[in-house]
Design a binder for this molecule. Sequence first.
Ligand SMILES: Cc1cc2nc3c(=O)[nH]c(=O)nc-3n(C[C@H](O)[C@H](O)[C@H](O)COP(=O)(O)OP(=O)(O)OC[C@H]3O[C@@H](n4cnc5c(N)ncnc54)[C@H](O)[C@@H]3O)c2cc1C
Length: 356
Amino acid sequence: MKTWDVVIIGGGVIGLSLARSLRHSGASVLVVDKAEPAREATHAAGGMIAHCDPGNPPALARMIAASGRMYPQFIAELRAEAFESPDLREDGTIAFPGDGESPACKGARSLQDEELLQLEPLIALRGRAYFMPECSVDPRKLASALEKAARKLGVDFVTGSAVTEVAVLGGRVTGARTAKSFYMAAAVVNCAGAWASQMKPFGMPTRPVKGQMVCVVPPAGVHTAGPLIRHVVRTPDLYIIPRSDRRILLGATVEEAGFDKHVDADTVQRLHQAAIHVVPEIAQMRIHDAWAGLRPGSPDGLPILGATSLPGYYAATGHYRDGIMLAPLTAEVMTQLLKGRSPDFDMTPFSPLRFL
Ligand SMILES: Cc1cc2nc3c(=O)[nH]c(=O)nc-3n(C[C@H](O)[C@H](O)[C@H](O)COP(=O)(O)OP(=O)(O)OC[C@H]3O[C@@H](n4cnc5c(N)ncnc54)[C@H](O)[C@@H]3O)c2cc1C
């Protein structure tokens, strides 16, 4: 019977990043996904690496800053390994923060109206604005590159099969069970996102937090070199994310709606209208599609990272709105933990043990 050092439950951005990183460190790895990899929250995400956002949880500030710094290198390595480009855009973000909020990151600066117009001539909104040196990626392309890189490195995949149980013998993990199979491993990591709670003998307390998103494209026959706007634009109610292929994403709602992924027409119209208020030219664009995804929320809004009370059973989940941004650092610290090394960060605030 084939055995692995680590079985990863869930091939979203977190499971895929961790699989690749563990394989780089010499571990044998199997990723098991209930469907195709990265078709859930990762597929729905905007892809902002929003490390300057004043709304980020203070307890995550150091990790967010570190993960943000890792991004350009992370993408460069992936490009070399997978020969795929995840559309890393480094033009930065123009943010209109909420009352009393100001960005706390190196390189952020407030913008006067003239500079705002110079940077992004189509923005109609005025008021307190900042430039922030953030980047963005296309999470679907990122996940595709991660999966390709992981497969090339020798990570094994089982798809279309849900893990129902972490198997235990003599008080420690022996592998993971699906309805039909058993996969033997010394360690199992729960990276099942919004579904991480549904594991036996126990899950992680994540819950689905729905986000609806709209994608607009230029009208047929209009050919421009790049997208309508260059920067990510963020207001307290909306964000607008340009892609290099000229699509523009408008997002996103934050809804407690269980596992419902229905998209409603009113919300699509509301997001479109809100975007037109910020960039009036978006009125000329066509709504191409809209979707909803389920962010893995946690009870205290922080990720759940590290060893559980069951020897060999680990968790890397609960990344809520920040899983794309935190993927490189999560992969690094979890690899260190699984290899028995101490991460450079104090992981106590994120330990699964805080809920047990
Ligand atoms: C609308 C929206 C916009 C977002 N925008 C951003 C953004 O701009 N920046 C950012 O950093 N983050 C953003 N996020 C958050 C980000 O998408 C998530 O934090 C991240 O994708 C979580 O990744 P994950 O791998 O933990 O979960 P997922 O991507 O949901 O992956 C979980 C995987 O586990 C699998 N699975 C579940 N149960 C089982 C089981 N029992 N057995 C086997 N497999 C299982 C699923 O099929 C899935 O593939 C956004 C999210 C949404 C919904």
